[in-house]
Design a protein around this ligand. Structure first.
Ligand SMILES: [Zn+2]
Length: 98
């Protein structure tokens, strides 16, 4: 049975570039995105702002890891890293995080 949390749920985000777990975000229950929602956030391992995939439970986590290992996100990750270098908006986000 899934763990129940009254008001907030912590969702895990996994970096599409390295596949590691990023910074968890607490969301209000009931205010949720669908499965495998993407969010651009800073990966402390890659040292880049890049899309992360939201995994809400163990099943989605395993699905992500399988997809990641199969190379599903490889192209997107490469594009994301290029995009970051060329877009000042992302540079500003990085500055704020430092
Ligand atoms: Zn990463």
């Amino acid at each position: 049975m899934p763990r129940r949390v009254r008001a907030f749920e912590s969702h895990d985000f996994y970096c599409i570039n390295c596949g590691k777990k990023g910074i968890p975000i607490s969301r209000k229950s009931g205010h949720q995105h669908g499965a495998f929602h993407r969010k651009a956030m800073y990966c402390p391992y890659c040292k880049h702002t890049i899309n992360h995939i939201e995994c809400r439970n163990q099943e989605e986590k395993e699905q992500f890891i399988n997809d990641f290992l199969a190379g599903k996100y490889k192209e997107e990750a490469e594009l994301g890293l290029l995009w970051e270098k060329e877009h000042p908006r992302y540079q500003n986000i990085l500055k704020e995080l430092k």
